[in-house]
Design a protein around this ligand. Structure first.
Ligand code: ZN
Length: 241
């Protein structure tokens, strides 16, 4: 089976559409999504509808849960809170109902999926050696997939913990060591590459490839300004930070 792993779309429809076009060109069998469909961006309903239709696994992220009111908006500061408040008012009933059905973690044969980390699937970032080690200890599947940090990352747990950021085109062999992978973010990358990030997994061939996809950033920025989302959130998309 070939799988496209997507995370952190954050209501950026132009990024999602560009990624789905490449996903279709790659003729994958399934799409797995690791959470944060909404928050920050201007098109929450369209993004939710698209992944409801296309993804066979869909997790909830911390932004989704705040927008639904399952977590208090006080958990966010500044622009994230402003964007969550706007998203609450913009979310339609169909999108709300779908988001309500999601959990922040999931399991499939051969892989365990979390929005944050195995220890705290909603909030914890896997960005330190300590959390990475803990994440391998708390799981047993050959492949652990996480989102949330918006940074494409690959870690392996053979004789020792190894890994780091995974720039575009990074290809890893699967099977010999356990791996923890973060595809990066479709809709708001934070690793210095403004292109939409995703991960392609080919289970039979035994590899995972980190992919980046160009999209019209300025169209998403214009939509954000139109609906009055904070300027700093629009500006950062151009830099991938
Ligand atoms: Zn996120």
């Amino acid at each position: 089976m070939r799988v496209a792993v997507l995370s952190d779309v954050h209501a950026n429809l132009h990024a999602l559409e560009a990624v789905l076009a490449e996903v279709d060109a790659a003729a994958v069998d399934a799409i797995w999504f690791l959470g944060d469909l909404v928050g920050y961006g201007p098109r929450p309903n369209e993004c939710t509808a698209l992944l409801q239709e296309r993804a066979s696994i869909c997790l909830a992220g911390n932004h989704d849960l705040v927008v639904l009111g399952k977590i208090s908006i006080a958990a966010f500061a500044g622009e994230a809170a402003a964007a969550a408040t706007w998203t609450r008012s913009a979310l339609d009933e169909t999108a709300r109902t779908f988001l309500e059905s999601l959990q922040p973690q999931g399991d499939v044969t051969g892989a365990q999926l979390f929005h944050g980390s195995p220890r705290d699937p909603v909030w914890e970032y896997v960005l330190s050696e300590e959390v990475a080690g803990e994440s391998f200890e708390r799981t047993s599947a050959p492949l652990v997939l996480v989102g949330h940090s918006h940074i494409a990352l690959e870690l392996s747990n053979g004789r020792e913990l190894r890994g780091g950021q995974a720039p575009a085109g990074t290809r890893l062999a699967l099977g010999s060591v356990r791996r923890l992978l973060n595809p990066g973010s479709v809709g708001q990358p934070r690793d210095g590459d403004a292109r939409a990030a995703w991960l392609e997994i080919d289970e039979e061939a035994g590899w995972a490839t980190f992919r980046r996809t160009e999209y019209p950033v300025e169209r998403t920025q214009a939509e954000m300004r139109d609906v009055g989302l904070p300027e700093v959130l629009a500006a950062r998309l151009a830099h991938g930070l």
